[in-house]
Design a protein around this ligand. Structure first.
Ligand code: CU
Length: 405
């Protein structure tokens, strides 16, 4: 046997039709009306408390007499962010001194189909138009310098909380941008590992934005790259960047998914759906089937993949059916990786990494091994691996046949 590809799986139709980008209605609104909509008073006491917290976080920085950052010795580079499941160009082992890595993120609100079979759609709140937001990669000791831009036609204010950063609510207190505004934040990557980032405008808007897609991951590599427990170098050939997204999409009295004219129109309905803590969808990379069929990731036998899994809101437990986690960093790259795992754990509010070298060709399903979520809610990706079959590892000794007793 030379190849083991299940054509039925490979031909699974891709169902992540991402349609619509700019909200038609918003363009017609005046700037004042847009701002009025976004600056409406928050209804909950918790929201008011949260608003004070964010205001205070920004105030501390603004009133500080602290000395300016020492940027001597840093080299400026620009990182062009790319859409998931891909990773930006980067070095696994840092060359030269520390860098200031310039990135740009745009808070884009767009209508996305979540499941074309049911017509479920969401006014996704995104960074750079994708769910999850783009993967950012730097090394320990580098600085990330973000330009965060909120397009004028947005309906809502946005910001960003980098779990990899230190201070001001992860930068959330310093990055509030209303439609038409931009801000620049620089933060130092002091801890190696994978970290989530997400929008956190305050109060109930925090889970609302996060469960509408506004989250992603930063990977902070050790300067000398990844290592096993004995300090031996570990290198990967490719990255599979997977963002798991739980959606809580409102339904009408008939049980059909509701549709809305513009981002934010679903706010009250979504809060009711979110309070159930029961997602209607739990998908990889924004939509049911986004990483299957035409969207499946392609690898070869012998290639090593680093699977980076982000879940900003909820626990998950990925499993690669037919493979393993050879090296798994559930928390920090400072700690020795776990080895030989069947299933690993993603703490809600975390990004983590698992490394595997393919030994057999075929179609692997990468799933949340809460199999109800994998099969019914959408948390399934496919990895199509090309290469030679190894009968030492597995062989069908007898094909299924009738038997007599
Ligand atoms: Cu936001």
């Amino acid at each position: 046997m030379t190849k083991f590809i299940n054509p039925g799986l490979v031909k699974t139709s891709r169902r992540n039709v991402l349609r619509g980008s700019v909200l038609a209605g918003a363009a017609a609104m005046t700037g004042a009306a847009t701002m009025a909509a976004t600056r409406a008073p928050m209804p909950l006491k918790a929201d008011a408390t949260s608003a004070r917290l964010y205001k205070a976080a920004g105030k501390i920085e603004a009133e500080s007499n602290a000395k300016p950052a020492d940027l001597s010795g840093y080299t400026r580079v620009r990182q062009e962010l790319v859409a998931p499941p891909y990773a930006p160009a980067h070095e696994q082992v840092a060359t030269g001194g520390p860098k200031i890595i310039e990135i740009t993120m745009e808070t884009t609100e767009r209508l996305m189909v979540v499941d074309e079979d049911t017509g479920a759609e969401v006014w996704a709140l995104t960074y750079n138009g994708s769910v999850p937001g783009p993967l950012i990669i730097c090394h320990e000791g580098d600085m990330v310098e973000l330009t965060l831009r909120n397009p004028e036609d947005s309906m809502m204010e946005h910001n960003i909380d980098y779990h990899a950063s230190t201070g001001a609510l992860g930068g959330g207190g310093l990055t509030h941008v209303y439609p038409g505004e931009e801000t620049v934040l620089r933060w130092k990557a002091t801890k190696p590992g994978c970290f989530t980032y997400h929008c956190a405008p305050g109060g109930a808007m925090i889970p609302y934005h996060v469960t509408h897609g506004m989250n992603g991951a930063v990977m902070v590599l050790p300067r000398d790259g990844l290592k096993d427990k004995d300090g031996n170098p570990l290198r990967y050939d490719k990255i599979a960047y997977i963002g798991e997204q739980d959606y809580y999409l409102p339904k009408d009295d008939n049980g059909d998914y509701k549709t809305y004219e513009a981002a934010g129109d679903d706010y009250a309905d979504s809060l009711d759906a979110m309070r159930t803590l029961t997602p209607t969808h739990s998908v990889f990379n924004g939509a049911v089937g986004a990483l299957t069929g035409e969207g499946a990731l392609k690898f070869n036998v012998g290639e090593t993949v680093l699977m980076i899994h982000n879940q900003a809101n909820r626990d998950s437990r990925p499993h690669l059916i037919g493979g393993h986690g050879n090296f798994v960093w559930e928390t920090s790259f400072s700690d020795a990786p776990l080895t030989g795992l069947e299933t690993w754990f993603v703490r809600g509010g975390t990004a983590m990494a698992a490394m595997y070298t393919f030994e057999q060709p075929g179609v692997y399903a990468y799933v949340n091994h809460n199999l109800i979520e994998a099969a019914l809610l959408g948390a399934t990706a496919h990895f199509v691996v090309d290469g030679e079959w190894d009968n030492d590892l597995m062989e069908q000794v007898v094909a299924p046949r009738p038997f007599t007793t």
